[in-house]
Design a binder for this molecule. Structure first.
Ligand code: XMP
Length: 513
């Protein structure tokens, strides 16, 4: 057992998952758990996660220094690295150098931790403070331009740490660093296997729902389809799937989803047309969080109406609402312990307070690629399992400004062209997703056919990612960008400019709102 101590990291589950990938069993514990209690679990090693605070901030989450003298191997990442440095007598300060996103690191001494890792490689950083002096007895292994001490180890005391986030995909050799710590420094044995997540979840859901009825909120995406498949296996026809057409979907999408779902699962599907309700509720609203909350609330109102129809005259109740919430949705909505709210995902932070359903969320601890694996295991077709992500709030969070039917129609046309060209270029599998964002309140001057235009820009946001926790902007071939740009400006008269977003996550998020 390896414990991951969560200091409010965006990435705590990701760390746990990387440890699972190293075939070592791991559990997450909150930083508020007393050190004795952690040690009583007899962990083979303890990993201190990153977190949003400065170690010097008032009320910054801390850890009792007895952890460092208990003889248990410890590994720190980012904030955890700084806590270690501070707790062991090193120095942490704010030298003004902030590093976010891809950062080149130079390995001076490879030690055990950075063995067989190239001396110059790129890692993912997200920090303000830095360690300026390593604790006594520790060897400094690496540095970056802004951080003199970016990694250290003390093999004798089985402790090590890095300033970067080795757990994210965009940190090169990150898994190797973690495995060097777990296997070579801490001496853990790689014997754990993932077992059958699907079977475990079916059993859990069966216990939770008992002999009640449930509604599944189907969005057409991978997550809700896999959640539905798990619950259908657990409770059979006591499950009704409900698809809400909120008018914020992409062109022709609702029809395609209905067809794919009916053909692949055979589960009962109820369609609710709620375009008018959603657009009325969104009228005049421009704030992203407000939009998300309105959309989250309207979804629930639709499920409540669906419940009434499903039950007819019976005096039963549908007590459970199944959602395909994933771990990244939870953590970005501030649902981890002490994590910041980055945005309220419609099915987590966007839920109304008077929610009467009990939630069933079999995928809440998993990442997208794990969900895809579970979906395939359950026999769902590739058409559903390999679908690119699309957010529940749909185009509502891709129109910057007020959401209106007219603006939605403009964006739908531009988005359809972009998707068509991406598919034609064979890029659907390489690209994680490519939101097309309409800057509805921005106008710029253009010239078309000898005449002046004064239209809106759209932004293409192509990204690569493994789990949406971090992402990089995708280097689309110029020819593809050119075709998309030419076609959109020719075919959608309200749009006279196409731009490309070249920001990684962090610091950007994938969606603009
Ligand atoms: P961000 O913008 O947070 O997006 O980097 C990460 C991933 O989540 C999707 N997303 C959502 N999905 N409800 C969803 O079902 C939401 O409210 C929501 N917001 C963002 C986004 O498309 C990306 O795949």
């Amino acid at each position: 057992l390896v414990l991951v101590v969560d200091f409010g990291a965006q990435y705590a589950q990701l760390i746990a998952r990387r440890v699972r990938e190293a075939k070592v069993y791991s559990e997450i514990v909150p930083h508020s758990m007393p050190v004795e209690e952690m040690l009583a679990k007899n962990p083979k090693a303890i990993i201190l996660s990153g977190g949003p605070s400065s170690v010097y901030a008032d009320g910054a989450p801390a850890i009792d220094n007895t952890l460092f003298t208990a003889g248990t191997p410890v590994f720190g990442m980012c904030y955890g690295f700084q806590l270690m440095a501070q707790g062991l007598g090193g120095t942490v300060d704010n030298n003004g150098a902030r590093e976010y996103g891809r950062t080149p690191v130079t390995v001076g001494v490879s030690g055990i931790l950075l063995q067989d890792i190239p001396p110059a490689h790129n890692v993912w950083m997200s920090h303000g403070d830095s360690v300026s002096e390593a604790p006594e007895g520790f060897t400094v292994l690496a540095s970056t331009e802004g951080t003199p001490v970016a990694a250290f180890e003390n093999v004798g005391s089985q402790m090590a740490g890095v300033q970067w986030h080795p757990e994210v995909l965009h940190s090169e050799h990150g898994q190797k660093v973690l495995e060097h710590f777990l296997l070579d420094i801490a001496g853990a044995r790689p014997t754990w296997t993932i077992g059958n997540i699907a079977e475990e979840q079916i059993e859990r859901v069966r216990e939770q729902i008992g002999d009640h009825r449930a509604i599944c909120a189907l969005s057409g995406g991978v997550d809700s389809a896999v959640a539905a498949a798990i619950v259908a296996k657990a409770i059979g026809d006591r499950l009704t799937c409900v698809y809400v057409d909120h008018g914020l979907m992409r062109k022709n999408e609702s029809v395609a989803i209905e067809k794919a779902f009916r053909e692949s699962t055979g589960a009962e599907l109820k369609i609710v047309d709620a375009e008018k309700e959603f657009l009325d509720a969104l009228a005049g609203v421009t704030d992203p969080e407000e939009k998300r909350k309105i959309i989250g609330r309207e979804f629930i109102r639709c499920f409540e109406r669906a419940e009434v129809e499903i039950l007819g005259d019976s005096d039963e109740k549908v007590a459970f609402l199944v959602q395909g919430t994933l771990y990244p949705d939870v953590v970005e909505s501030g649902g981890g312990s002490g994590t910041s709210n980055i945005k309220s995902h419609h099915n987590v932070g966007g839920l109304p307070e008077d929610l009467e359903f009990e939630l069933v969320e079999p995928l809440r601890e998993l990442f997208k690629d794990e969900v895809r694996a579970v979906g395939s295991q359950l026999g769902l077709p590739d058409e559903i399992v390999q679908r690119q992500p699309f957010p529940g709030p749909g185009l509502g969070i891709r129109i910057i400004g007020e959401v209106t039917k007219e603006r939605l129609d403009i964006l739908r046309e531009a988005d359809a062209i972009a998707r068509e060209e991406m598919t034609r270029a064979g890029l659907d599998r390489d690209i994680w997703q490519m939101p097309v964002v309409l800057l509805a309140d921005v106008r710029s001057v253009g010239v078309q056919g000898d005449g002046r235009t004064y239209g809106h820009p759209v932004v293409l946001r192509p990204v690569t990612s493994e789990d949406a926790m971090t992402a990089d902007w995708a280097r689309l071939p110029y020819e593809v960008m050119e075709r998309i740009s030419t076609r959109i400006t020719n075919e959608v008269s309200e749009i006279n400019r196409v731009t490309v977003d070249i920001t990684s996550k962090p610091p950007g998020t994938i969606e603009w709102e």
